[in-house]
Each structure stands twice: as structure tokens, then as C-alpha cells.
Ligand binder design. Structure first.
Ligand SMILES: [Zn+2]
Ligand SMILES: [Zn+2]
Length: 427
């Protein structure tokens, strides 16, 4: 069984500081124009028209397009408003940077799946008009204000023609003046999503619903000075998995939920915040009271736990680091590894000391040489002699992650490496 090759998904650097340090520059909305002359766009228009006329219930354009064409698509055409029968909108691994407000007119929509669209940082408020929308699968870490890292929201207003809807996001009425832009984080289907509102009036902003718990509790205009609740880490255990229904054509892969698990209250930055000492005690209690337990259906759990203490090489997109596994958790949900960054020659220095890599069972693979989460695309080379070779190459190459990336792929994921756990997901 071959290990999957490392794939490079389309990414941007907007939210990169969340993985590396806490210093944020002011963010800007992606306003890349769609090239409407390219083959990918023309093909997409055809597919939308076809789907509208045959009344199909699943619209999955990437399955009917070349990867190269699909990568030319940065938004969807306004004609998606014609997809009145579509229940499932599948936009997996796209290069999308925005979804037009016309998604609100897809009145049958039940499932929205833009998973691993890493440049899609927000959604239009109009998506809340999809009353039947029940299931979503977004890549949490791509979102502004996500609960894991709380990246900032871009400061509004950032008016731009490509963003402006034809009417007010809230009341649908015409704009008699420049629309007022605000952010609001709301639960939409199974995720809390940052939504961009274009409102016609103060009244429409007042009429917005109460934001989701553990998010900024009022509509706001973003910027670096907006106080968000603190990020939620996984000390309380990995969050509950979220599975799409297992049906043909729907990928049943899960990712940690976009909201904090209910047992893990988020410390708000207000008078109710417990003292730092109490928080530390609570965290220590959770760590030490936990005993290793057998995980039903996962006999390899013991082998995974043995990785604790290993020095490894971690890779996620262009982020490559020497790390030490300081904690391993395995349970019915999946696997969580706490990783401490170890400074080493050839890797860029980091402000943060440690981070986590987690994957549910549907998205966890392990070979004799490495562990990885194919859908979330992080990789960890664990075999000591392979790690040594990679570290030696990193020291030779200096800061060039390009050459190193290829070397990691060849060294840690060679053809023929014996598999210990194979993600049952579609990767
Ligand atoms: Zn971006
Ligand atoms: Zn309005």
C-alpha cells in the first residue's frame, strides 16, 4: 500500500501567523477578480446551467472538471441562484476565495461542503436564507475568528464591487447609500461561520440575530482591536466528531467541530474569567486524572501512544518544523498529538512553543515511518533514522522549504512503507 503523496493545496498567507506567532498584520479581504475568459470558468458556467436544467440534487463541479480548470475558479457564478433543486453543494478542496450572496437563493440546500478550501475565510450573510441547510463541513482554521486560533477579522469597510450584493443582506431591500458592512459569527448548519453583512440601514444591523456563544457578541467591523474570546485548546480532549451522513458521493470525513465542545467553556475576557491558577489546576487535573484506556475497535492505539517522546519532523503546507511529541491522546474520536517545537538549523524560528495535531479516525493514517491526516494535510515523520536524514538535509538547505518538502515526501512516505492504520476516508 503506497502512502499518499504530499499534496499542495491552494493556500494563502492571510491566516499564517496563527500557526507561527501572535503578531497580526491588518488583514484584507480577497478581492481577486474571477478570470471570466478562462476555460475553468466557462466550464463551470456550463455545469451550473446543466444542473439547473436537469434539476439535480447534488452539484459537485470539481468532479466534472480537470483539477487545473477547477483551480481557476475563485468564486461561483451568480447563476447558482438557479440551482433550486440542489440539496448538496460540494466544493471540496477548491481555490475559492468567496461565495456570492446568491447562494441564499438555493432554497433546497441541505449540505454545504467547502472542506479544505483554505482561502475561503468567510461566507456571505445571505447563506442564512437557506432554511433547510443542516450539514456543513468547513475547514475551521481557514475562518476569520475561528475558535482554535482567533485570527482577527479584516477591518471594515472594505467596499468592493466584487463583494457588493444586489440588495441588503438582511431585508433584501435596495441600497439608497453605500451599504454598511459588518461581521457577525453565527451557527450555520453544523459550523459557526464568520458572515459578512451588507446592510442598507442601522435598523437592519439592529435586526441581526444574537451571535453564536463564545464569539464576539455583537456585529462588529473587525480590525485588530476587536476583543475576541480566548482560543480554545484541546486540554479538555478532542472535540466530538462531526460526520456527514454516509451516502454515495458524500465524503464522511470529520474535523473537529467549529464550536467548542460543550464541556469546555471558553474563558471570556470579562469579570467571570477564572483566576489563572484555577485554570492551570483544572488543566492539570484533566491531564493527570486521565488513564490510558483501551479504545474499542482501535487495537493500534497502544502503538500510537508509544510515539510519545519521539523527535519528529512536522509538515503542514509550507510550515515545517522539528518537533517532539510531548503528549499522545487516543480515544474513540481519534488521535491528538501535542507537539513541542525544537529549534533546529534550517527551520524558521517560531514564537510559539507548542501546538497540536489532531485527526479523527476517518482521517488518520499511520505507517511504520510516519503519521498523517490526509484530509487536513498535516504530516509527521516519526521514524528516527528518517527524521535524522531530514534534519541533516534541512541543515544543508538552510531556509529553503521547497527542496525540503520534496525530500520529506521521498524520505518519510516512500512507496512500499508498511501501513499500520489506513484512513477509511476517501483520501
Ligand atoms: Zn487568504
Ligand atoms: Zn436592509
Amino acid at each position: 500500500m503506497n502512502a499518499e503523496p504530499l499534496c499542495e493545496d491552494p493556500i494563502c498567507t492571510c491566516l499564517k501567523p496563527q500557526y507561527e506567532n501572535n503578531r497580526w498584520p491588518a488583514l484584507h479581504l480577497h478581492v481577486e477578480p474571477q478570470d471570466t475568459e478562462c476555460h475553468g470558468w466557462k466550464r463551470l458556467l456550463e455545469l451550473v446551467d446543466q444542473a439547473a436544467s436537469d434539476g439535480r440534487e447534488e452539484f459537485a463541479p470539481s468532479k466534472a472538471m480537470d483539477r487545473k480548470d477547477w483551480m481557476q475558479v475563485v468564486t461561483l457564478p451568480l447563476s447558482i441562484a438557479k440551482l433550486k433543486a440542489v440539496k448538496s453543494l460540494y466544493l471540496y478542496s477548491s481555490n475559492l476565495v468567496r461565495i456570492p450572496p446568491e447562494i441564499g437563493e438555493m432554497e433546497s440546500l441541505e449540505r454545504f461542503d467547502p472542506y479544505t478550501s483554505y482561502r475561503l475565510h468567510w461566507l456571505p450573510y445571505e447563506i442564512t436564507r437557506c432554511r433547510r441547510l443542516k450539514v456543513s463541513r468547513v475547514s475551521t482554521r481557514a475562518l476569520y475568528g475561528n475558535y482554535k486560533y482567533r485570527p482577527p477579522f479584516p477591518r471594515l469597510p472594505q467596499p468592493h464591487d466584487v463583494l457588493r450584493p444586489s440588495g441588503c443582506s438582511v431585508c433584501g431591500g435596495p441600497f439608497s447609500q453605500e451599504p454598511q458592512q459588518v461581521w457577525i459569527s453565527l451557527r450555520v448548519a453544523t459550523d459557526v461561520m464568520p458572515l459578512l453583512v451588507h446592510a442598507c440601514s442601522d435598523e437592519c444591523i439592529r435586526n441581526l440575530p444574537t451571535p453564536a456563544e463564545h464569539y464576539v457578541q455583537h456585529p462588529h467591523q473587525g480590525g485588530l482591536d476587536v476583543k475576541q474570546p480566548t482560543a480554545v485548546d484541546f486540554l479538555g480532549g478532542p472535540p466530538v466528531s462531526k460526520e456527514l451522513p454516509k451516502e454515495p458521493g458524500v465524503q464522511a470525513v470529520s474535523e473537529p467541530m467549529a464550536t467548542p465542545p460543550p464541556c469546555q467553556p471558553v474563558a471570556q475576557e470579562d469579570h467571570n474569567t477564572p483566576s489563572p491558577l484555577r485554570r492551570v489546576l483544572a488543566a492539570l487535573t484533566r491531564i493527570f486524572v486521565r488513564r490510558p484506556v483501551e479504545v474499542p475497535g482501535h487495537p493500534e492505539a497502544a502503538m500510537i501512544r508509544q510515539l510519545q517522546g519521539r523527535t519528529c519532523v512536522y509538515k503542514e503546507h509550507a510550515f515545517i518544523q522539528k518537533v517532539r511529541i510531548t503528549e499522545v491522546r487516543v480515544d474513540e474520536w481519534g488521535v491528538l498529538l501535542r507537539l513541542r517545537i525544537v529549534a533546529a538549523k534550517g527551520f524558521s524560528p517560531q514564537q510559539k512553543k507548542s501546538f497540536e495535531a489532531a485527526a479523527c479516525w476517518a482521517n488518520f493514517s499511520m505507517s511504520e515511518l510516519a503519521v498523517w491526516a490526509p484530509g487536513i494535510t498535516w504530516y509527521l515523520v516519526t521514524d528516527p533514522s528518517r527524521v535524522e536524514r531530514i534534519l541533516a538535509r534541512a541543515a544543508e538547505l538552510g531556509a529553503s522549504t521547497n527542496g525540503l518538502s520534496q525530500f520529506i515526501s521521498e524520505t518519510g512516505f516512500p512507496d512500499g512503507a508498511a501501513m499500520i492504520v489506513k484512513a477509511p476516508g476517501p483520501f
